[in-house]
Design a binder for this molecule. Structure first.
Ligand code: SAM
Length: 334
C-alpha cells in the first residue's frame, strides 16, 4: 500500500467526492438562484461504476482512510442508496470510514438504509432555526424536513451528528446562541463555518464574521473548553461546561489550517482538486483517464501520486480567492 504524501510532507488520507453539481436549495452563500451556472449533463459526471473504481484505487492502493460524499446535494442523485450499498462492500474490504454532507431535506426516509450501509458520519447543513429566515437563506421552505431528519438521525444513533452553520453578519449571526442551545444537551456538535468567497456568491467582507467573533458571542453565555483529545485537522472543537453538546469552528478564512491539510477532492465531473480553492491547473481528469484503455489502475494510482506533488503550501488569500472565476461549491463539493 502506498501513501499519498505531498512535497510538504502532508499525508493525504481523506477523500471528498462530489456526487453531483445539482442542488435542490439555492443558498445565498453557495448557489444563489440568479447565478446561472452551466449544469453538467449526466454523461459528464462520473458514473457510479467509475466512482467505485476510483474508490478501489484510492482506498485499495493509496491509503485513503476516510471518504466523504458531498455535492451539490448528494441525495438528489438518482439511485444514490444503491451506490452507498456498493460503497459499503468496499468499506468492509478496505476499512475506510464513510461520511455524508447533506442539506437534510431529502434525508429522513433514507436514514435507516444509510445506517445499514455503515455510513459512519453525518453532517447536516442548517443555517437558521427560524422558518422565515431559513427560506430567505435557502430559497425553500424545508426547515421542517431538515429538523425531522436531525431528530431521526439522532434517534438512530448517528454519532457524531454534526450540524453545519455558515455564519453571515446581519443575516444569521443573531442565531448563534440559539444553535448552541439547540444542541446543548444532546450528542450533537454544531459547527460554525466562516463564510468563504466563491465565484458565484458575491462575498463581501461586511458580511463576514470571524471565528473569534463567533466564539466571543458564545462565551458571553457559555464557557468553552478546547477539546484537545480529538485529532481534528480542520475544526477547532470545544466542550460546553456542564453539557454534552459540543461546538466547533471552521476558520478557513481568518485562521487557515492548510499546514495540516490531509484532503483531496474529486469534483462532480471527475477532476481531482488539490484544494477547495484550486485554480484549476494541473488537475487530473478521471472521466478521461478511466475511459482510456491505455491506463490501468496502477497507472492511475501513479498519476495521482505525481499530481499531488505541486499542491501549494497554503490556499490563496482573500484578494486572490475573490478573483477565481471557475470555482464554486456546487461542482467541487464543500
Ligand atoms: N448540499 C450539501 C449540504 O448542504 O451540506 C453538501 C454540499 S454543501 C456545498 C457543503 C457545505 O459547504 C455546507 O455545509 C455548506 O454550508 C458549505 N458552504 C457552501 N458555501 C459556503 C461558503 N460560501 N462559505 C462557507 N461554507 C459554505
Amino acid at each position: 500500500m502506498q501513501t499519498l504524501i505531498d512535497s510538504f510532507n502532508r499525508v493525504h488520507d481523506y477523500l471528498r467526492i462530489s456526487l453531483t453539481d445539482k442542488c435542490n436549495l439555492n443558498c445565498i452563500y453557495c448557489n444563489p438562484s440568479d447565478y446561472k451556472i452551466n449544469k453538467l449533463q449526466r454523461s459528464q459526471i462520473l458514473s457510479f461504476d467509475e466512482l467505485l473504481r476510483l474508490i478501489n484505487i484510492f482506498a485499495g492502493k493509496l491509503g485513503i482512510k476516510k471518504i466523504r460524499f458531498t455535492g451539490g446535494e448528494p441525495l438528489v442523485r438518482k439511485d444514490v442508496l444503491s451506490f452507498f450499498q456498493s460503497v459499503f462492500s468496499l468499506k468492509q474490504k478496505y476499512g475506510f470510514e464513510s461520511g455524508l454532507t447533506t442539506n437534510g431535506t431529502l434525508l429522513e426516509d433514507k436514514l435507516v438504509d444509510l445506517k445499514n450501509y455503515g455510513m459512519d458520519r453525518l453532517n447536516i447543513s442548517i443555517d437558521s432555526l427560524n422558518p422565515g429566515k431559513y427560506k430567505y437563506i435557502t430559497g425553500k421552505d424545508n426547515l421542517i424536513e431538515v429538523l425531522r431528519s436531525i431528530k431521526k438521525a439522532n434517534e438512530l444513533g448517528f454519532n457524531p451528528l454534526k450540524l453545519n452553520v455558515v455564519v453571515m453578519k446581519n443575516i444569521n449571526d443573531d442565531e448563534i446562541l440559539d444553535f448552541v442551545d439547540f444542541i446543548i444537551d444532546s450528542d450533537m456538535n454544531v459547527r460554525f463555518i466562516e463564510y468563504m468567497p466563491f465565484a458565484n456568491n458575491r462575498w463581501d467582507k461586511n458580511d463576514f464574521i470571524s471565528y473569534n467573533e463567533i466564539k466571543n458571542i458564545i462565551e458571553e453565555k457559555y464557557p468553552l473548553n478546547e477539546i484537545t483529545s480529538i485529532k481534528n485537522l480542520v475544526a477547532k472543537d470545544f466542550s460546553i461546561k456542564g453539557h454534552y453538546g459540543t461546538v466547533s469552528f471552521i476558520s478557513s478564512i481568518s485562521n487557515h489550517f492548510c499546514g495540516t491539510c490531509n484532503r483531496l477532492r474529486i469534483d462532480a465531473q471527475g477532476k481531482m482538486k488539490l484544494c477547495l480553492f484550486s485554480s484549476g491547473e494541473n488537475e487530473l481528469n478521471f472521466k478521461e483517464l478511466l475511459n482510456d484503455p491505455n491506463y490501468n489502475d496502477d497507472d492511475i494510482s501513479e498519476l495521482i501520486q505525481k499530481a499531488l506533488l505541486p499542491k501549494p503550501q497554503v490556499h490563496p488569500g482573500i484578494s486572490e480567492l475573490i478573483k477565481l472565476e471557475e470555482n464554486n461549491m456546487l461542482g467541487i463539493g464543500g
